[in-house]
Design a protein around this ligand. Structure first.
Ligand code: NDP
Length: 249
């Protein structure tokens, strides 16, 4: 039997990159997925690519009304939820001296507050035994000068799952964070003004990664399937790096 047969999953940021790859894998493994994102054309394209067992919801994770509307839709359509993948995120590289209050608030609103309320508002709809997965980043363990705000939001996610593993464990609900290293998705190019600057980042990372290459979104999706499924039934509160060895070696 497939790993997620009959499960209902919500994936924020499911119209691109890691979220989209994970939505495809979850459906292949027998789940029904709700994908979210702000951009309607990308959502439509993602639905066409996924092909079946998918509903798209246009919304912003930093907007609590959007999250309420999302869970109303999920509850009315499917009743309960088995898997939350709070994956939506942004990165805007800036030196600390260039960070503005607006940049700081936007990064925390989407990456940390957005993930927090994506989960908090799902709690009433979660089945016992559900799996909460946050998409963090190995950056939370590193001191990368241009990522002071981004890395701190991801450190917050590491803390959230410790608390939630303890808080919801009595219902069999598990909470874990995945920490990807550099993964080939649109976020890599989009954070730099030129392709050359993005390529320089890629090359720099490759020299530090034991496996010597950038990862692909399907490799993160595999980790999400593992944490979503019974294969990880006794794993909760962890940070799972998916980064070619970058932060562990
Ligand atoms: P993408 O840019 O391909 O995907 C980002 C996704 O997040 C999109 O679906 C985007 O949709 C969605 N999103 C962004 N802001 C919001 C918002 N306010 N509300 C709802 N959805 C939002 O990049 P990735 O797939 O790489 O990124 C996914 C996650 O992986 C992020 O949290 C990122 O921090 C993390 N990550 C990525 C790494 C990498 O190297 N690729 C490394 C480590 C972590 P839309 O724009 O339509 O809203």
């Amino acid at each position: 039997m497939a790993a997620l047969t009959g499960k209902v999953a919500v994936i924020t940021g499911g119209n691109s990159g890691i979220g989209l790859a994970t939505a495809k894998r979850f459906v292949q493994e027998g789940a029904y997925v709700f994908i979210t994102g702000r951009r309607k054309p990308e959502l439509d394209k993602a639905v066409a690519e996924i092909g079946k067992s998918v509903t798209a919801f246009q919304g912003d994770v930093s907007n609590l009304d959007d999250l309420d509307r999302l869970y109303k839709l999920v509850a009315e359509t499917k009743g309960k939820i088995d898997i939350i993948f709070a994956n939506a995120g942004i990165v805007e590289p800036l030196k600390t001296t260039d960070v503005t209050p607006e940049h700081f608030d936007k990064t925390f609103d989407i990456n940390a507050r957005g993930a927090y309320f994506t989960v908090q508002k799902a709690i009433p709809f979660l089945n016992d035994g559900a799996s909460i997965i946050l998409n963090g980043s190995g950056a939370w363990q590193k001191g990368i000068p241009i990522y002071s705000t981004y890395s701190a939001t991801k450190a917050a996610l590491r803390s959230f799952v410790r608390t939630w593993a303890a808080e919801f464990g009595s219902r069999g609900i598990r909470a874990n964070v995945i920490s990807p290293g550099p993964i080939e998705t649109p976020i890599l190019d989009s954070q730099f003004p030129t392709k050359e600057a993005a390529d320089a980042l890629r090359e720099n990372f490759k020299t530090q990664i034991p496996l010597g290459r950038i990862g692909n979104p399907e490799e993160v999706a595999s980790a999400a399937v593992f944490l979503a499924s019974k294969e990880s039934s006794y794993i909760s509160g962890i940070d799972l790096p998916v980064d070619g060895g970058l932060v562990s070696v």
